[in-house]
Design a protein around this ligand. Structure first.
Ligand code: CP
Length: 310
């Protein structure tokens, strides 16, 4: 019999999850995916749970996806955005969160620009914390929905060749994907300009390639990332036009492969920079399936953390 509880109190990063935790989240997400495709999409599972969504950084997909997942599970929700809060008046992160917890909040979903911010909170408060992206560090639910989507598409991940293309240095999505893909037995290559490749990749067992055509020929799955200009204090690239010329994925490249590869992107997409529109919208693209799966995967993560509270 499979296990029915996670080994962790918080989901701070994929690094802390076991392979069994990941499989349990997948198994639970499959059940919730059936629920959200029914005419009545709501279940009373988290009726007595209050969740605060604390977003100290912009988000479209993750924020809406968590909020919808919480609503589908019948939780009570508080939404907080730093841009319209007393953080602007100098309140510390811990004071903000303690004030929210005084309102009897059980779980916190947090996105923050500082790596380690959710780990800091986990040391000081009793609520369960889900990391919705901390700076350039981790974005665990994105990697869970990415790997869940690969399993749905290809049947399994073990032995599959997964390429992650683009700005690896500034990508929390890449970091969480490395941990998840390794735990599930995939082969990983990254491709992008040398200036956007962190030094630690070798120690994670990730191969680095700078030739986009060879990378596409090698892979079963191409997960294409955007260039995160907002996180670059110095200029790592001459221009986005030059990046597009050397690393942009075009429909011609995909058509010339002579095999089908799965196209993924965590969003937001910069069409015409890292990916041509015809690739983002082609039949091999599962970009919108990733978004759909995000709701089911986040329902599973919230449900399993709440189980641990019982
Ligand atoms: N994939 C992702 O994290 O997108 P958002 O920044 O819109 O949440």
């Amino acid at each position: 019999m499979g296990k029915s509880q996670l080994s962790v109190k918080h989901i701070l990063g994929i690094k802390d999850l076991t392979r069994d935790d990941i499989y349990l989240i997948f198994e639970t997400a499959r059940e919730f995916k059936q629920v959200i495709n029914r005419p009545i999409k709501k279940v009373p599972t988290l009726r007595d749970i209050t969740i605060a969504n604390l977003f100290f950084e912009d988000s479209t997909r993750t924020k809406l996806s968590f909020e919808l997942a919480e609503k589908r599970l019948s939780a009570d929700i508080l939404n907080f955005s730093a841009s319209s809060s007393s953080v602007k008046k100098g309140e510390t992160l811990l004071d903000t969160v303690n004030n929210i917890l005084a309102m009897k909040v059980d779980m916190i979903v947090m996105r923050h620009p500082s790596p380690g911010a959710p780990h800091f909170l986990a040391k000081h408060i009793d609520a369960n914390i889900l990391n919705a992206g901390d700076g350039t560090h981790e974005h665990p639910t994105q990697a869970l929905l990415d790997t869940f989507s690969i399993v749905e598409e290809l049947g399994e991940i073990k032995g599959k060749n997964v390429a992650i293309i683009g700005d690896i240095m500034h990508s929390r999505v890449a970091m969480s994907n490395f941990f998840a893909l390794k735990k599930l037995g995939a082969n990983i290559r990254v491709c992008g300009p040398p200036t956007l490749m962190p030094k630690y990749l070798g120690s994670l067992g990730v191969e680095v390639v700078h030739d986009i055509s060879k990378t596409l020929e090698w892979c079963d799955v191409a997960n294409i990332l955007r260039i995160q200009l907002e996180r670059q204090e110095i200029q790592y690239l001459p221009s986005l036009r030059e990046y597009n010329q050397y690393f942009g994925v075009t429909k011609e490249m995909i058509d010339n492969l002579g095999k089908k590869i799965v196209i993924m992107h965590p969003g937001p997409i910069n069409r015409g920079v890292e990916i041509e529109s015809e690739v983002a919208d082609c039949e091999n693209s599962i970009i919108l399936e990733q978004v759909e799966n995000g709701v089911a995967v986040r329902m599973a993560a919230l449900y399993l953390l709440a189980q641990g509270r019982a």
